[in-house]
Design a protein around this ligand. Structure first.
Ligand code: PHE
Length: 448
């Protein structure tokens, strides 16, 4: 994209890019470890419920706003309400992009190391890897550089092309792994943990984690879908595109759980092991599988690519903001944002054993099981900030811009939205903001 705005080359182009953003470490790394920490199947059910009743209708709102004004989140808000304090909601989205990238890039770096580990056949030593300060910093830097190099190329030249090719392969591979995992001896205890809900496990924290994960996984709450919607054509049906993205995203997360939990219980591991969970379970699974080394290499290559299509989108939000609003040259901005993200992310990189201080950081007292800086950032940006951003943006779309105008924009190009129009307006104005608000209040312990 030059100073003129880019556009997706086709409907499929948008679906692949948005699904590429949505599908990533959130599905394969974050979802299983949150399920493990938050009691299993009850969390899974809540998560799916939030995707359907909050995530999807809210996503239509972000896409509609983006397509209507053809801007990044800050510019979109400025175009509707020039000079108002609402622009801070847009800035929050821009900061959140950097905030998420700062820890996400660290995990993405680990996936690259695992491609190598699998290839040379050294399966052990996860703890050693993540507590080596030089290794984790270099891996993180490498991944940020890779992301920058692609964002440098612009919307359809860079982002779209990469997303199209490898996601279907990932899907097939996951499917094969499910079959293998559920047939292991002792797998049924894992299926029970994953699929048979125990509702006594639901607490305020679990509810917020499920809501936060729904936003995180669908890439909602920071204006990413405003930005991606801005490259969308008016002729396109944004509801059906959005539904496909939501469906693929939820399926990949669900499939990851179907691999992890049967294997985990079959191997007698602890489901609540935290952020390292999948990096321990997957290699063990590959180690005992015939042909596991090749499968393992392929798996971590695909995981790194899934992460890359997400980090690209995270970087695109601040970059689009600077290019649109400050007429900054795209290329310079890419490197500047990448540099800031790297500095901001170093504490996360060092928080898995390399630095005692960041490993036991505990920023948010008493709120979390994992005190390490990375987990705290994951909660702060990945759950709290996205939920808060979605609260503000749903109010902005439903009340300030106006639910009727938003619904008109959704209807452009859509078939069959007419019947649901009234319901959607109710959701964006009342239901979505109210539910998020209550869950956030609950987080601060106001109901105890
Ligand atoms: N949805 C991505 C994932 O699940 C993460 C992400 C969040 C990307 C927010 C962009 C915006 O991996």
């Amino acid at each position: 994209m030059s100073q003129a705005r880019g556009e997706w080359s086709s409907k499929l182009g948008f679906i692949f890019a948005a699904a590429g953003s949505a599908i990533g470490l959130g599905n394969i790394w974050r979802f299983p470890y949150l399920v493990g920490e938050n009691g299993g199947a009850a969390f899974v059910l809540l998560y799916i419920l939030f995707v359907i009743v909050i995530g999807l209708p809210y996503m239509f709102g972000e896409l509609a706003l983006g397509r209507f004004v053809q801007r990044n989140p800050v510019g979109a808000i400025q175009a509707i309400r020039p000079g108002s304090a609402w622009k801070w909601v847009g800035y929050l989205g821009v900061f959140t992009g950097v905030g998420i990238l700062s820890f996400y890039g660290v995990i993405a770096g680990w996936t690259v190391a695992y491609i190598y580990k699998m290839a040379v056949g050294s399966f052990g030593g996860f703890g050693e890897l993540i507590s080596d300060p030089l290794a984790v910093s270099l891996l993180f830097a490498f991944f940020i550089l890779l992301t920058s190099a692609i964002v440098y190329g612009g919307v359809s030249g860079g982002i779209e092309r990469w997303s199209k090719i490898l996601m279907p392969v990932l899907f097939l591979l996951l499917f094969g792994l499910i079959v293998y995992s559920v047939l292991l001896d002792g797998a049924s205890a894992g299926l029970k943990f994953y699929l048979n809900p125990d509702f006594s496990k639901i607490t305020g924290r679990v509810v917020l984690a499920a809501l936060g994960q729904a936003f995180f996984s669908l890439s909602l709450g920071m204006g990413l879908m405003i930005t991606y919607g801005s490259y969308m054509s008016k002729k396109e049906d944004l509801t059906s595109s959005g539904l496909y993205v939501g469906l693929f995203d939820t399926m990949v997360a669900f499939m990851a759980g179907l691999i992890i939990f049967p294997a985990l219980f079959a191997m007698g591991e602890n489901p609540a092991a935290g952020p390292g969970l999948v990096f321990v379970i997957f290699p063990k699974l590959f180690a005992q599988m015939p042909g596991g080394q090749i499968v393992g290499v392929l798996f971590f290559i695909l995981l790194a690519i899934a992460a890359l299509t997400s980090t690209i989108s995270l970087l695109e939000v601040p970059v689009a903001f600077m290019v649109d609003e400050h007429k900054a040259p795209r290329k310079k901005i890419v490197w500047a944002v990448a540099g800031v993200t790297f500095i901001f992310g170093l504490p996360s990189a060092l928080s898995q054993g390399a630095s005692e201080y960041f490993t036991n950081f505990g920023l948010i007292p008493g709120r979390l099981t994992d005190p390490d800086f990375l987990s705290q950032m994951s909660f702060l940006w990945g759950d709290f900030s996205l939920a808060f951003g979605a609260l503000m943006l749903s109010i902005f779309i439903g009340w300030v811009w106006g639910a009727d105008k938003a619904a008109d924009e959704i209807e452009s190009g859509a078939t069959g939205f007419g019947k649901l129009r009234g319901l959607w307006i109710f959701m964006i104005r009342y239901f979505i903001p109210l539910v998020i608000f209550i869950i956030l209040l609950n987080l601060f312990g106001l109901f105890n």
